[in-house]
Design a binder for this molecule. Structure first.
Ligand SMILES: C[S@@+](CC[C@H](N)C(=O)[O-])C[C@H]1O[C@@H](n2cnc3c(N)ncnc32)[C@H](O)[C@@H]1O
Length: 270
């Protein structure tokens, strides 16, 4: 299926698979608001802290007008006190309700593919752990480019498979053998494809780096959260429980699961 934007450009539409994912994500975040934040605030690296702190560190101390797309529970809000203004948008009522309950905001219900924001009015767009969910991605990136001022910055982090360390592979296998399925994402793209998509939207990559963060696997509850945070549209509850039970057996002081993240920064041409 295709659709034609106001500018006349023809965009690929993910069709039935896109609709299935949209429904799954709506349900997932309605039942688990704040789950990404619970995982990422426990994931840590000695040199940069949490993935959120790493994303924040790519931006100036006073980043100007900031738009946080697919903000979820808005975990980045407190790291952006130096911003002139902050607005978080998400399409999950439940995630936004949690953000408000935690005193974060302002936040608004909106879809990243149709931003309720004026052209060239934002200095920084951030997108944490969500760029691979936005569909159609070319429409969402065109929206980012539209709302950014010339010279403005897009800063993203997204989950990736690498880097990992050897002990991660065994724990990964434990999870996958319990699930009998690989975790899924609506879209996957490597660094060069992402750079090409950004370029097509008028955004130039200025920095791109992957890091492995360690998520503690010290108690059975850590195993439960790690598995429950995965998108598993094709895995039924008994298999999830089996993966949790197998992973929980590996819980011990000092044990970790990998949270591998890629940070990509891009700038709109001045
Ligand atoms: C993995 S969570 C990340 C939340 C938050 N940014 C964080 O890092 O904790 C993904 C979020 O993307 C939101 N989302 C997915 N597709 C969206 C879209 N097209 N427009 C707005 N939000 C979207 C979901 O509702 C969910 O809150």
């Amino acid at each position: 299926m295709t659709r034609v934007s106001a500018s006349g450009a023809v965009h690929a539409h993910a069709g039935r698979s896109g609709e299935l994912w949209a429904g799954y994500l709506t349900q997932f975040h309605a039942h688990h608001p704040g789950i990404t934040e619970r995982v990422l605030t426990s994931a840590w690296r000695h040199d940069v802290g949490t993935p959120y702190a790493w994303l924040r560190s790519a931006l100036p101390a006073s980043p100007g007008h900031v738009l946080d797309i697919a903000c979820g529970s808005a975990p980045l809000r407190s790291l952006l006190e130096g911003a002139k203004t902050y607005l978080g948008i998400d399409r999950s009522h439940e995630e936004l309700a949690l953000a408000r309950e935690l005193g974060r905001g302002p936040v608004a219900l909106a879809d990243a593919t149709c931003l309720p924001i004026e052209d060239s009015s934002v200095d920084v767009v951030i997108c944490s752990m969500a760029i691979m969910l936005l569909d159609p991605i070319d429409v969402a990136l065109a929206e980012v480019a539209r709302v950014l001022r010339p010279g403005g910055t897009l800063a993203t982090i997204r989950p990736v498979a690498w880097p990992v360390v050897p002990s991660d592979l065994m724990r990964g296998l434990t999870v996958v053998s319990g699930l009998r399925h690989l975790p899924e994402m609506p879209q996957r793209f490597g660094r060069s494809r992402f750079a090409r998509m950004l370029a097509e939207a008028g955004l130039t990559v200025t920095a791109d780096e992957g890091l492995r963060f360690g998520y503690p696997l010290e108690e059975p509850e850590h195993a439960r959260l790690a598995v429950e945070a995965l998108y598993l549209p094709h895995v039924k509850a008994p298999r999830r429980e089996r993966a949790i039970a197998r992973l929980a057996r590996a819980a011990r002081p000092g044990a970790q699961l990998p949270v591998s993240i890629r940070r990509t920064i891009a700038v709109r041409a001045a």
